[in-house]
Design a protein around this ligand. Structure first.
Ligand code: PDD
Length: 285
C-alpha cells in the first residue's frame, strides 16, 4: 500500500510529497508541529493536542491554515488513507513560502500545512517498557520559549544523538542551575524514596506535554502525591523510579541515567501501573 501525505490542500504520494525551498520552515524553522498518538483507530487527547497547536500558532502569530473542524476531517482522511490504527499522526504548520527575509511575509502568504500518519507496532513499545530505557543528562541549550512546540529542534536533535552515541534512548536536559527541565522529546519524572511523583512545573522552560497533563489527572485519581517543581541530579540518582512521558513514549520507565541504576534498575511499580491504566483514562476520539 502506498503511503499518502496531505500537503497544502492535496493528498499526494508520500514519496512525491515536497515543499518549496523558500518555505519558511525550511529556511528559518519558522513553524510549529504536533504529534498525536493513534490508538485502536482513535486519536488520544485530540482536543488537547489541537488546542496546543492553536496556542503555538498564536504565540508565533501564524494564522491557522484550516478551521479546526476542517483540520479534523483532513486528519481522519490521512489516517484512513494510510490505514493507521496504531501509531502517530504528525501535523506541521509553517509561516508559508516567501523569498528569504527574516521579517514576516505579507499577510497574503498562506501558511503551509503538512499532515502525515505512521503505523507503529504497539507491541514494540510495550516490549521496551517491560525492560525500561536508559537516559543521559546533557546541557539544555534551547531557547527561552520551549512552551511553544516549534519545529526548531536542533538542540533536541543534538541531545538525542548524544544519547544514542552513549547507548541511551533519551537525553534529560539540565539547565544552568543544574536542574532537569525535561527530556529531548518527552517530559521527565522521578518518584522519590517517599513515593512522591516529581516533575518540572509549567513555565516557558518546558513543553506542557499533553501526556503529562493527562497523567497528572490520573495521579490525582489514584490518590498519589505529586509535586510540580524543579529537581536536580542528586534527586535523580537517588530516586526510587524515573520515567518519561510523551505521545510517542506514553509512560516509559527509565532504569538507568548517566550509567547509574535508578531504583532496582528495572521498571518500577508506579510507572508500570500508570502506563497500564493510561489509555483507559485518556480521551479517545
Ligand atoms: N515530543 N517535551 C518535549 C521537548 C517534547 O518534544 C515532547 C513531545 C514532550 C511531550 O509532549 P506530549 O506529551 O504532548 O507528546 C515534552 C513529540 C512526541 C516529538 O517531538 O516527537
Amino acid at each position: 500500500m502506498s503511503k499518502i501525505a496531505y500537503v497544502n490542500g492535496r493528498y499526494v504520494l508520500h514519496r512525491d510529497a515536497v515543499v518549496h525551498i523558500d518555505d519558511r520552515g525550511y529556511q528559518f524553522a519558522d513553524g510549529v508541529y504536533e504529534v498525536c498518538e493513534v490508538f485502536r483507530g482513535g486519536l488520544i487527547d485530540e482536543k488537547r493536542h489541537f488546542d496546543r497547536l492553536a496556542y503555538s500558532l498564536a504565540e508565533l502569530q501564524i494564522v491557522a491554515p484550516l478551521r479546526p473542524e476542517v483540520l479534523a476531517v483532513v486528519i481522519r482522511e490521512v489516517m484512513a488513507r494510510n490505514r493507521v490504527d496504531n501509531g502517530y499522526l504528525y501535523v506541521q504548520v509553517t509561516r508559508g513560502v516567501a523569498p528569504r527575509d527574516h521579517v514576516f511575509p505579507p499577510k497574503s502568504v498562506r501558511p503551509s500545512l503538512v499532515v502525515t500518519a505512521r503505523q507503529i507496532d504497539p507491541e514494540k513499545s510495550a516490549e521496551t517498557a517491560r525492560k525500561g530505557i536508559s537516559a543521559v543528562t546533557t546541557s539544555d541549550l534551547r531557547w527561552k520559549r520551549v512552551d511553544i512546540k516549534s519545529i526548531s529542534l536542533l538542540p533536541n536533535v543534538l541531545a538525542r544523538q548524544l544519547a544514542r552515541e552513549q547507548g541511551a534512548y533519551e537525553a534529560w536536559l539540565v539547565d544552568s542551575d543544574g536542574m532537569i527541565t525535561e527530556g529531548a522529546a518527552s517530559n521527565a519524572w522521578i518518584v522519590s524514596g517517599a513515593g512522591t511523583l516529581i516533575t518540572h512545573q509549567i513555565d516557558h522552560t518546558i513543553l506542557r506535554g499533553i501526556t503529562r497533563t493527562r497523567l497528572i489527572e490520573i495521579i490525582a485519581e489514584q490518590g498519589l502525591t505529586l509535586e510540580e517543581r524543579r529537581f536536580g541530579l542528586e534527586e535523580v540518582y537517588s530516586a526510587r523510579e524515573a520515567f518519561v512521558t510523551g505521545a510517542t513514549t506514553l509512560v516509559m520507565p527509565v532504569v538507568r541515567i548517566d550509567g547509574r541504576q535508578i531504583g532496582t534498575g528495572t521498571p518500577g511499580p508506579v510507572a508500570s501501573k500508570l502506563r497500564a491504566i493510561f489509555h483507559d483514562a485518556a480521551e479517545r476520539t
